[in-house]
Ligand binder design. Structure first.
Ligand SMILES: Cc1cc2nc3c(=O)[nH]c(=O)nc-3n(C[C@H](O)[C@H](O)[C@H](O)COP(=O)(O)OP(=O)(O)OC[C@H]3O[C@@H](n4cnc5c(N)ncnc54)[C@H](O)[C@@H]3O)c2cc1C
Length: 438
């Protein structure tokens, strides 16, 4: 009997859930066969995008493309297959004194996914996107051929694929640069802000810091709007460590990682519980400013500490809505967005504000553009589409755009930076939705 590859597939937000063919192969011949023998193919890495970006009629999972190819320890250059997770890269590179130049807020994304979304971290204003450090990658195109793409070779495909959401082909492997670190610790300053004016001022004052990010209480209204905590950090040097940390500066102790064992019931997360969480989070830090030395996992990946945390949103799932508003209108735009959320009755458990620096014009499919970006999680319910429409309208009014890798419901006009990706072979459900909505 032929194996049946039809299965239920969903990404991190558990919305939407589809029943489609999904296969994983690890030889060039079998990947080529898959591409040639299917009409519409889309690559899927680790499904850490929130919505329908890596869902399609026939899904090629890169799970089996998980091998290292080379590691030049002298120059910090790594080459690996595209399904390798950033967590696996870090496991090997950190003990050797190397870290990723750019990392998203979870280390459980694949290298292919990081290129296809051209991910950003807490350091966009200082160090740009993931693509800045990509030297080359191999791409399987429509007819099954594999081409080498870099700034010099097939540069048109190179730039279209970066941030191209898998719509130009399947990235098979990639070579990229890593940054030198002396320790696996971060020197962090955490500062409370009572208002939107204060948090924007703190971002301005912190531009010389490599990493900045703010958690924001999105349910506050009136004078308390923008109540938040800014975290800024730098990689710690060896001389800053003491005690146990100094003895072994590049090693981290294995930590216990609890798991959310089941989907929470629908009533568990509501405006009241979000309000309580936000209150406690803000009050947890009693002083205005706290300085600490924390390991890189706590600083970069606080959410990874609990496996399957997405289940707290229940079986109906959740979406993440992330937009950027150009810098000059940043504060005004954010005030309107936060006001709209606070009045909507849809609280966001997690709201993260970051600063983007100037974008690289060559990477025309990358989401970041100079300004402020806010990422919000919303539980899927009947009222949500109306809120998304309202937020879309505000983003449009302020000349912003939304991040495709988080999107599940937005208006297509906010995604019109996605260019040169019109293939009849590589098609995602997201791209179809966007095109139909025009
Ligand atoms: C908790 C959390 C925090 C996050 N924080 C951030 C953040 O701070 N910054 C940020 O930028 N993003 C962030 N993200 C989003 C995440 O980094 C991106 O969605 C990333 O692309 C996911 O990679 P993946 O391997 O899971 O790919 P998937 O989710 O499977 O796919 C994402 C996209 O990449 C394409 N793709 C995947 N593999 C390939 C391949 N081999 N070839 C061609 N196309 C491919 C898919 O078709 C799809 O369009 C976060 C996500 C989570 C869950």
């Amino acid at each position: 009997m032929k194996p049946n590859f039809i299965q239920k597939v969903t990404n991190w937000g558990n919305y939407p859930i589809v029943e489609k063919e999904m296969r994983s192969e690890d030889t060039l011949k079998s990947i080529k066969d898959f591409v040639i023998n299917h009409n519409e193919v889309i690559a899927r890495g680790n499904g850490r995008c929130y919505g329908d970006a890596s869902l399609g009629d026939s899904i090629f999972s890169t799970k089996k493309l998980d091998k290292f190819i080379s590691f030049d320890r002298l120059n910090g250059i790594i080459e690996c297959e595209s399904g390798m997770l950033l967590s696996e890269v870090l496991e090997v590179s950190v003990p050797q004194g190397y870290f990723l130049y750019v990392t998203p807020g979870t280390k459980y994304v694949s290298v292919g996914g990081a290129i296809a979304s051209d991910v950003h971290g807490k350091n966009h204003h200082a160090e740009g996107c993931f693509s800045e450090y990509i030297l080359e990658f191999k791409l399987m195109v429509e007819n099954g051929d594999v081409i080498l793409c870099s700034r010099n070779d097939n540069s048109d495909k190179f730039w279209a694929t970066i941030g191209g959401m898998g719509l130009t082909g399947i990235i098979l492997s990639a070579k990229f640069k890593l940054k030198n670190i002396e320790t696996s610790y971060i020197r962090q300053e955490s500062i409370k802000a009572d208002s939107l004016d204060e948090i924007f001022q703190l971002f301005d004052e912190s531009e010389s810091w490599t990493y900045t990010v703010a958690w924001i209480d999105c349910l506050q209204k009136g004078k308390d709007i923008g109540r938040s905590i800014l975290m800024r950090g730098e990689h710690a040097f060896r001389h800053e460590l003491f005690g146990e940390k100094a003895k072994d500066p590049l090693t981290l102790k294995k930590k216990f990682q609890p798991t959310v064992p089941f989907y929470f019931p629908n009533f568990a997360l509501n405006n009241l519980t979000v309000k309580i969480f936000n209150y406690l989070y803000y009050k947890k830090q009693s002083k205005k400013e706290v300085n600490s030395l924390i390991d890189y996992e706590t600083f970069f990946y606080p959410l990874d500490a609990i496996s399957d945390w997405n289940k707290i949103y229940g079986k109906s799932g959740f979406i993440q809505y992330q937009m950027v508003i150009p810098k000059e209108k940043g504060k005004e735009g954010m005030r309107k967005i936060l006001d709209t959320i606070a009045n909507s009755g849809n609280g966001s458990f997690l709201a993260v504000l970051k600063l983007f620096g100037k974008n690289n014009p060559e990477a025309y499919n990358s989401f970041p553009t100079e300004g402020y970006t806010l990422a919000l999680d919303f539980k899927v319910n009947k009222k949500l589409k109306k809120l998304v429409d309202q937020l879309d309208q505000i983003v449009e009014e302020f000349g912003g755009r939304i991040y495709l890798t988080k999107d599940s419901m937005s208006k297509s006009s906010l995604t019109n930076y996605l260019k040169n990706v019109n293939s009849s072979k590589f098609v995602s459900l997201q791209h179809k939705r966007i095109k139909n909505n025009k």
